[in-house]
Write a protein that binds this ligand. Structure first.
Ligand code: C2E
Ligand code: CA
Ligand code: CA
Ligand code: CA
Length: 276
């Protein structure tokens, strides 16, 4: 058996072998991390035109005992591929709602809308709507203060299933936001059929605003499109005052980005509301 193992290894290039080992290590440490509760949520504020904090987006982080904080860009793709996004996604949903339930007891944070990222795989499962319903019941939060962020790229699948799921979610009373908008290829007629409350302009368009008028016109047309479809429009990745001002002049409803606040843990959550 030993010889066979050695022969097998010979088929792979050394880097490939390393990749497989890395993969196995990541897989077992990720499973362990789920058991050990090594994940935390950070919350990034979302602001109105008057610079009032009206919502937050929950963003997951992995606090690894040796490696420290690992950003989601590193482990979400792996979690998707290995299907471990399903238990992680359930944890995120539960925890974000539990946090909101806790904030609903304070006077200043009680009306916040909690935005929760949903992965493609999560949305595809048959149980998704009932999982949302269970989490709502268990935490007792007001469904109108829960917003699910779906990405435009997940709309390319079975359209009937998507429409039915979204309608079932709307029946539960939650809000639906379309994340990373402008990077996918959804047609206008399709968008019109979907019960979407909010369009989220992808960061790449926000960044492009200051590059050229031509680039900026893309962001302006997304704002116009959203409003024509009766949706609220939020810009993400707002880093400069110039971007904020431009977006505000072009009718954008909400703003999220480092200019206004970084993602932070709930215990450090302070109200930085501008009072003028
Ligand atoms: P996303 O949903 O597009 O989230 C926005 C990302 O942009 C976050 O990165 C946020 O920290 C970052 N960001 C916010 N403001 C700015 C800014 O002004 N400038 C720049 N350069 N970046 C900004 P983060 O937290 O690293 O998350 C990356 C991605 O990981 C998210 O992109 C989302 O796709 C995924 N993700 C995060 N949390 C979850 C989760 O709980 N579930 C799922 N399925 N995916 C998640
Ligand atoms: Ca998001
Ligand atoms: Ca986004
Ligand atoms: Ca993104």
């Amino acid at each position: 058996a030993k010889g066979l193992g050695r022969n097998h290894v010979c088929f792979y290039a050394p880097q490939m072998h390393e990749k497989i080992l890395e993969r196995v290590t990541l897989d077992s440490s990720f499973r362990l991390a789920l058991q050990r509760n090594e994940f935390v949520l950070h919350f990034q504020p979302q602001w109105s035109r008057e610079r009032k904090m009206i919502g937050v987006e929950a963003l997951v982080r992995w606090i690894h005992p040796e490696k420290g904080m690992i950003p989601p860009g590193v482990f979400i793709p792996f979690a998707e591929e290995s299907k471990l996004i399903l238990p992680l996604g359930r944890w995120v949903m539960q925890s974000a709602m539990a946090q909101l339930a806790c904030w609903q007891e304070t006077t200043q944070l009680r009306d916040l809308v909690m935005s929760i990222n949903v992965s493609v795989l999560q949305f595809t499962t048959v149980d998704f709507v009932s999982e949302v319903e269970d989490a709502l019941t268990q935490t007792g939060v007001n469904p109108a203060q829960i917003q699910l962020e779906l990405t435009e790229s997940m709309l390319v699948r079975d359209q009937l299933d998507i429409i039915q799921k979204m309608q079932a979610l709307k029946k539960l009373g939650v809000l639906i936001s379309l994340d990373d908008f402008g990077t996918g290829y959804s047609s206008l007629s399709y968008l019109q059929q979907l019960p979407i409350d909010q369009l989220k302009i992808d960061q790449s368009f926000t960044r492009a605003i200051e590059e050229s008028d031509k680039q900026a016109s893309l962001a302006a047309s997304i704002i116009g499109l959203g409003h024509n479809l009766g949706m609220e429009v939020i810009a993400e990745g707002v880093e400069t005052q110039a971007q904020f001002d431009w977006l505000k002049n072009h009718g954008c409803d909400l703003y999220q980005g480092f200019l206004l606040g970084r993602p932070q843990p709930s215990n450090e959550f302070v109200i930085t509301e501008d009072t003028n």
